[in-house]
Design a protein around this ligand. Structure first.
Ligand code: CP
Length: 309
């Protein structure tokens, strides 16, 4: 069994090994080199919540490696008739070799992993974790900076409900990052996560001021204020659009600073930023394909060759 539900399911050594595998798989992810490592294998893409990048990049990853995909959404399936998550996952256990699951409820991925025998990849569980996103984020950071060690990373926006930053902050701290957490008061990173980061020796600063944090950053990781996670619209309106970057903000950035975002964006990244050398969010989204290829291979016990050509 090799589930990936949180980043705690991977050691630092495994993380680096998966990133190395993903790097070699880039030509396969682009469709330039055929490599049917997962021929005959079936991925169940179990999406109980909306997704563009995660669902499509899992599908692209599996298909580029010669495997096939069963796509499940909560619309048009027996979820509408009241079928439980437990029962739904029993079907998947019989139909597929591995499953990626996205669910609005925190803990649903672990629940699924406990309910079935096939490996489960958490593709985002409510405000919980999003470890496969973290793997592609780490890939993107290493691609830009040549290392994961000792970087100054600024996480911005919805740090309360944002599962991407929950998983990413844990992983970055394990590689010695200094973290600056920029959010409005109401969307601060949950106290238990901040305490945990500090217990692991992390240098963590919390602030509401993005302008002050920008000049020292190696990475700015913007996130969307997630309207769908707010209990009411008034609370959302108070903080919507609070942080925005455009190309003129890059004048105060260090050489080589990159701007990342898990996407989708709303107003936090102005399109003028897209053509700057700092913008990495579309490359980041592509990186989901080789990274998820490497994760699928790991879960299915398939070795990625040392040379891919
Ligand atoms: N980054 C991310 O999780 O995007 P989707 O919600 O489109 O999958």
């Amino acid at each position: 069994m090799s589930d990936v539900v949180t980043m705690d399911d991977l050691t630092n050594k495994e993380i680096v090994s998966i990133l190395d595998d993903a790097e070699r798989l880039v030509p396969v992810a682009k469709g330039d080199v055929p490599l049917p490592l997962l021929e005959g294998k079936v991925l169940a893409n179990m999406f109980f919540e909306n997704s563009t990048r995660t669902r499509m990049s899992f599908e692209a990853a599996m298909k580029r490696l010669g495997g096939s995909v069963l796509n499940f959404t909560s619309v048009g399936t027996s979820v509408a008739k009241g079928e439980t998550l437990f029962d739904t996952m029993q079907m998947v256990d019989g139909y597929a070799d591995v499953a990626a699951i996205r669910h609005p409820q925190q803990g649903a991925a672990q629940y699924s992993a406990d309910a079935v025998g096939i490996p489960i990849l958490n593709a985002g569980d409510g405000a919980g974790n999003h470890p496969t996103q973290t793997m592609l984020d780490l890939f993107t950071i290493r691609e830009a900076h040549g290392t994961l060690e000792g970087l100054n990373v600024v996480l911005v926006g919805d740090l309360r409900y944002g599962r991407t930053v929950h998983s990413l902050s844990h992983a970055l701290v394990r590689f010695g990052a200094t973290l600056t957490l920029v959010s409005p008061e109401s969307l601060r990173m949950p106290e238990e996560i901040v305490s945990d980061l500090r217990e692991h020796g992390a240098d963590v600063t919390e602030t509401v001021n993005l302008d002050a944090a920008l000049p020292d950053a190696d990475v700015i990781y913007m996130t969307r204020i997630q309207k769908e996670r707010f209990p009411d619209d008034d609370e959302y309106s108070k903080v919507a659009g609070i942080y925005m970057l455009d190309s003129s903000d890059m004048a105060s950035a260090k050489n080589g600073m990159i701007v990342m975002h898990p996407l989708p964006r709303v107003s936090e990244l102005h399109p003028s930023l897209d053509s700057t050398e700092n913008a990495r969010y579309f490359q980041q989204a592509f990186n989901g394909v080789p990274t998820r290829m490497a994760l699928l291979c790991r879960c299915l016990g398939v070795k990625v060759p040392k040379k891919v050509k």
